[in-house]
Design a protein around this ligand. Structure first.
Ligand code: PLP
Length: 446
């Protein structure tokens, strides 16, 4: 297709289409058919509207250097890292990681089903269960593996999954892998969940049913009525599973997230989470009150059974992070984080922009239109704001947003800089869209 016109030097193709267009490719050649996606990506990359696949130069510091995938280095305030309590750079966490190398080396010997655990990972399982006031926990190599694995491990093809429509990709993929009987309910709508359960029970009084939701939704920063869902699970003989990746450790007075805030500690059937947000490392877990479930998952949850255990360094990092989360210092860090969150939300709104949901480490700034969002993302590097663009299909069409992820370690100046730079980028994006310039080929020829 020939470019008819461009906006401020950006070809219209870079502002149209989405990753959804390339999900199902039907050409016979599995290799060459990726070209269609690559060509679209290149158009975006070379017009500065592809803000993905970047790398930090220094780890997730509050201000840092980030290199885009063309090799350009940008320095700026960093609101694109999910190190919510800034624990990844905590000296005690780094010391614990170094000590673990001295004692255990750097490798886990195998899967948890064989000899992959260490005395420290067994202890971490106990600590996580205790933190959630549950009896058992089992570790996974990542949060993704835990989300996928708990569904694939427990749900069979004759069972049902009833899931919030906005549940994370690991849960959606796990559900699809486990059964064809997956029904989604409208986001946070417990009545719609009930309708789904009624319909299933009418058809199949005996089948297993898993209800799936999140403690804090990572794109919208909102929360379900967890108690209501657990009651529904009891009423319909179902099992509730809550993913607490984004709220455990960093939300609530004691850091137990929305399960704690809703006074549901120890009362939810299954809890899964990730260590990659607040706990300074990679890894995930599933917590349960049933030893039998833990043992079953160890041998029937493929992303646990057939994958190496967390490394001793990861375990030491997470354990030290958990020590801090549970301490007075953890309380102070959560307060610092929440002060930053409240301040950023207020400053964004004071500049005429809007944010999604409730206060959490995720401050998602609304842009709506994908073209405006991509144009805005083009201006962010030169303004010195590192932030993640989220667009369809990760969120609905016309609901693009910038997900600013706040850390306890951000200073008041960095928070204000983020709000100022977001506003300036949005204005520049709007202006660029009003600047229709000559055809792209003509410009290149000239
Ligand atoms: C809600 C939710 N669950 C699970 C995961 C996966 O966690 P991890 O990054 O540890 O694989 C994520 C990560 O983005 C998430 O947002």
């Amino acid at each position: 297709m020939k470019t008819q016109f461009n906006y401020d030097g950006v070809p219209v193709e870079a502002l149209e289409g989405s990753m959804r267009d390339f999900r199902v490719l039907s050409d016979t050649d599995l290799v060459s058919r990726c070209d269609a996606f690559f060509n679209w990506q290149e158009t975006r990359r070379h017009s500065g509207t592809w803000p993905f696949s970047r790398s930090t130069e220094t780890g997730p510091a509050a201000s840092c250097g980030v290199r885009d995938d063309r090799g350009n280095l940008v320095n700026g305030v960093n609101f694109a890292s999910q190190d919510y309590l800034s624990l990844s750079s905590h000296p005690a966490v780094a010391d614990a990681a170094r000590e673990a190398i001295d004692v255990f080396g750097v490798h886990s010997a195998g899967s948890p089903a064989l000899v992959g655990n260490t005395s420290t990972s067994v202890e971490l399982e106990r600590r996580i269960a205790e933190f959630l006031n549950m009896k058992e926990a089992i570790l996974y190599p990542t949060g993704w593996a835990a989300g996928f694995g708990v569904l694939k491990g427990l749900v069979r093809s004759h069972d049902y999954i009833v899931m919030d429509a906005l549940a994370h990709a690991c849960l959606q993929t796990g559900a699809q892998a486990a059964t064809r009987n997956v029904s989604l309910f409208r986001h946070l709508d417990n009545e719609h969940c009930r309708d789904r359960l009624v319909a299933i029970r009418k058809r199949d009084p005996k089948a297993g049913i898993m209800i799936v939701t999140e403690g804090l939704f990572s794109m919208d920063s909102d929360t379900p009525d967890i108690e209501g869902l657990q009651e529904l699970a009891r009423e319909f003989g179902a099992t509730l599973m809550v993913d607490v990746a984004h709220d455990l450790g960093c939300l609530g007075e004691d850091g137990t997230g929305h399960i704690g805030i809703q006074d549901m500690l120890g009362k939810v059937d299954l809890v899964m989470g990730s260590f990659s947000k607040t706990f300074g490392s990679n890894g995930g877990f599933v917590a349960t009150n049933s030893r039998a479930v833990k043992e079953y998952l160890r041998f029937y949850s493929p992303s646990c059974t057939f994958s190496n255990s967390l490394s001793p360094v990861q375990v030491a990092t997470i354990t030290k992070a958990l020590d801090i989360v549970e301490s007075d210092e953890g309380k102070q860090l959560r307060r610092a984080l929440m002060n930053n969150v409240v301040s950023l939300r207020a400053q964004i709104r004071a500049r005429g922009m809007d944010v999604y949901g409730d206060p959490s480490a995720i401050v998602a700034v609304k842009t709506g239109d994908e073209a405006l969002a991509r144009m805005t993302s083009r201006s962010l590097p030169e303004l010195g704001l590192i932030s993640n663009l989220v667009e369809y299909p990760a969120v609905g069409k016309g609901q693009a947003r910038f997900r600013l992820q706040v850390m306890a370690g951000h200073t008041a100046q960095e928070i204000t800089a983020a709000a100022d730079r977001m506003e300036a980028a949005m204005k520049a994006g709007q202006q660029a869209l009003e600047t229709v310039t000559e055809p792209f080929e003509q410009r290149l020829a000239g």
